[in-house]
Design a protein. Structure first.
Length: 227
């Protein structure tokens, strides 16, 4: 099979397209023929930093989508031919290849109506959003601020927060305001406004926020709860 691999850590320029032996699934594993792969910040970060569990060459990539080609022993709940997406362990060989072995428990069956390209973009951002949401125990009507709301994680978090009945205030670019409001925000603040932090500090003093979710690493108003 063909795969993007690297033999050393560094920026994305260290990646090389090479032909490697096709992998086979072991017990509790499945082999996926990738039709699309996801690109996430964690991918290029670990290419840069490496991991002590890796051998060389290493195939990066945590997210992908395709069809199951084969299943290992003990796998009974899913069969070859099923369309799946997955989020796999960054310590193992990943999705930047024609074929990837993953734990069978990591496979997410897909409806026929969902394209592979869209499915491959879902796992890492949505799992991140779910973990962030689950860290706070809020009630319907709670006031939250989502900074970096127009990105992949932000978009997922908006939809999850709306389902819980939270009142969502978003920070993103003005050009994304309409889309962010369709996803659940009731107000949108343009992060390009140099006074947005001061403005939110004043607003929060009058009407306290119950949580702040920050996807941007931007400077935040002091004294506000953060997730």
């Amino acid at each position: 099979m063909w795969a993007w691999v690297h033999h050393e850590t560094g920026d994305v320029a260290v990646l090389r397209l090479e032909e490697l032996p096709a992998p086979s699934p072991g017990p509790g594993e499945i082999l996926v023929r990738n039709r699309a792969i996801g690109l996430n910040p964690v991918d290029w970060k670990v290419i840069l930093s490496g991991h002590p569990a890796w051998g060389w060459p290493h195939i990066p990539g945590v997210d992908g989508a395709g069809e199951i080609e084969a299943v290992g022993s003990g796998v009974q709940h899913i069969r070859p031919g099923v369309r799946v997406a997955y989020h796999t362990d960054l310590r193992q060989s990943g999705s930047f290849a024609e074929e990837t072995v993953i734990p069978a428990r990591a496979a997410i069956p897909l409806p026929d109506s969902l394209p592979f390209a869209a499915a491959a973009a879902i796992p890492c951002p949505w799992l991140t959003a779910v973990q962030a949401i689950d860290k706070v125990n809020l009630w319907p009507g709670a006031q939250i601020l989502v900074v970096g709301a127009s990105g992949a994680v932000g978009g997922a978090l908006l939809q999850l927060a709306r389902r819980r009945g939270w009142i969502i205030h978003a920070v993103c670019s003005a050009g994304q305001a309409a889309r962010v409001m369709r996803l659940g925000a009731v107000t949108v603040t343009d992060y390009r406004d140099p006074g947005w932090i001061v403005g939110w500090r004043t607003r929060a003093a009058e009407s306290p926020l119950h949580a702040v979710f920050d996807m941007s690493a931007a400077p935040m108003p002091q004294g506000l709860p953060r997730c």
